[in-house]
Design a protein around this ligand. Structure first.
Ligand code: ADP
Ligand code: GLC
Length: 493
């Protein structure tokens, strides 16, 4: 008799192609698609932000209204509805409540860049709505797989308010940490909004140095916690990377319930031979046997961005990133004048802290013929840079997994990275990229200089590096096998 399909409900605050701030979105979208292809019955739940509505329209997808519900937060009854849409063979449930989600930003105000003051209410609403959603649509999950702090209350509610609910009697919970630097921490006075009994506000529950911590809730109440690389799974058990949760992480590991599972790359989106953005914009795709076409893209990219008489013999260094401390901007800015003494081009695409945005704009004014800068979020452009650049810069202070170094390998764009988290697990110094150890401007500059010098002095050796990089396989295959192993183990419990 055929085995019943495992039913998995993936829950997150972002997923491509609907809403994306960072790598979480790439991961959830791809994970859902690939699990579905592998015979798992997977459904995804995300909030219906304004941008989700816009993308649904752009993609020409049909939305089905599923059902209305209401949730009590504090004493207020809050109405919402569940909509349903299908994309890449996967059913998405969208939690709609315009008052909370129809805004320009996802987590913060796009002008002030401050977190929305009602983020706790928004994600309490979302978490409770997810639990109601599965019941309402009659999808009884074997596993709820929740991602990051925005969903941290889901395992908590399942083990408290819904403990006696027969619908969820057999449901197990996995919680995946994508970045321990963002924990969803709120003042203790707001705890009552969760609707939970104060007995859960302890050091063994949701309490964190006198505050409410949603990420901690997700970790403590999930059956299994995973994070997105093996190195990061070890790092977060130490004070340097644990952000105050190192003890909780070590406990989880001690009981055998913490795993590092590396994300994969969706090569239908991120491979230069099939990249639709390259095809539409440059009418060029390339692969390991047609690397001269990569140079054509580079020259076109430089020209269209105002670089006069671009010279292919000068390396183009690229970076696409959130402009936040995690990504190494302080050490990049420290070496920037030294870097521009070299014969190079530098292209930056990013958005984030005003301080970094302004400093980068000032750098552009000093080096107008060598630098391209785009402050903003632009998915097509992120693909152009991956293809056009020779060197990809990712000197992160910490990096749970990192996707751009993997995309860079796929595009033959040689990564220069720091030896931390997922970067340490993926880039091989001297074979597929350049790795430096300590977080300081001197080591960063030495690594960059090595890359620049090799590019200029030894085209053959450089080509070999590109070929090595492009032969690497970071597809989802391995990750899905590992998740399947955990799902199977949980279902036997
Ligand atoms: P993180 O999730 O910490 O931001 P990752 O390397 O995991 O880092 O993933 C970042 C993702 O977000 C990549 O897909 C990258 O291309 C994309 N990205 C980051 N900044 C921008 C931007 N300004 N415009 C377009 N895409 C961006
Ligand atoms: C987080 C991390 C990043 C990781 C991504 C997807 O945003 O900062 O390293 O690649 O999540 O897991």
């Amino acid at each position: 008799m055929a085995k019943n399909k495992i039913k998995v409900l993936l829950v997150a605050s972002e997923a491509v192609p609907f809403a994306k701030v960072g790598g979480l979105a790439d991961v959830v979208g791809a994970q859902g698609k690939i699990m579905q292809e592998q015979g798992i019955d997977v459904r995804i739940v995300i909030p219906k932000y304004r941008v989700v509505g816009e993308n649904i329209e752009k993609l020409g997808l049909k939305v089905k209204h599923n059902f209305d519900f209401s949730i009590t937060i504090d004493t207020r009854e809050e109405k919402g509805c569940v909509e349903e849409v299908e994309y890449a063979g996967v059913t998405y449930y969208l939690i709609d409540r315009p008052e909370y989600f129809w805004r320009d930003g996802i987590y913060n105000d796009t002008q002030s860049k401050q977190d929305y003051p009602d983020n706790l209410r928004r994600f309490i609403f979302f978490s409770r709505a997810v639990i109601e959603c599965a019941k309402g649509v009659g999808f009884q999950p074997d596993i709820i797989h929740a991602h990051d702090w925005q969903t941290g209350l889901i395992p908590v509610y399942l083990r408290t308010d819904y403990k006696a609910d027969s619908f969820y009697r057999l449901t197990k919970c996995i919680f995946t940490i994508h970045n321990l630097a963002y924990q969803g921490i709120f003042p203790v006075e707001m705890f009552t909004l969760t609707g939970l009994d104060w007995k859960y506000f302890t050091i063994h529950g949701l309490e964190y140095y006198g505050h409410l911590n949603l990420m901690k809730g997700g970790i403590v109440y999930s059956d299994i916690t995973t994070t997105v690389s093996e190195t990061y799974a070890k790092e977060i058990q130490s004070p340097e990377f644990g952000n105050g949760l190192e003890g909780v992480m070590s406990d989880k590991a001690m009981y055998g319930n913490l795993f590092g599972i590396f994300n994969g790359v969706d090569y239908t989106e991120w491979h230069p031979s099939v990249d639709i953005y390259l095809k539409e914009h440059y009418a060029i795709n390339y692969d390991i046997d047609t690397l001269d076409k990569k140079q054509q893209i580079k020259l076109k990219y430089l020209t269209e961005n105002g670089i006069k008489k671009p010279d292919a013999s000068k390396p183009l260094i690229g970076i696409i990133s959130r402009l936040v401390d995690q990504k190494g901007w302080d050490i990049i800015l420290e070496i920037i004048d030294q870097l521009f003494k070299e014969d190079i081009y530098f292209t930056v695409l990013g958005t984030g802290k005003y301080e970094y945005e302004n400093r980068l704009k000032a750098v552009k004014n000093s080096y107008p013929d060598k630098m391209i800068i785009d402050i903003g979020f632009d998915i097509p452009k992120s693909h152009y840079i991956e293809a056009a650049a020779d060197i990809y810069l990712m000197p992160s202070r910490f990096e749970p997994c990192g996707l751009n170094q993997l995309y860079s390998l796929s595009y033959g764009t040689i990564p220069v990275v720091r030896n931390t988290g997922g970067l340490a697990d993926t880039v091989k110094d001297g074979k597929t990229g350049f790795v430096f150890k300590n977080y300081n401007p001197e080591e960063l500059m030495i690594a960059l200089k090595k890359a620049i010098d090799l590019f200029k002095s030894s085209p053959d050796k450089w080509r070999k590096l590109m070929e090595n990089a492009m032969k690497e396989d970071w597809s989802w295959k391995k990750a899905i096998q590992s998740y399947n192993g955990i799902y199977d183990k949980l279902m036997l419990k």
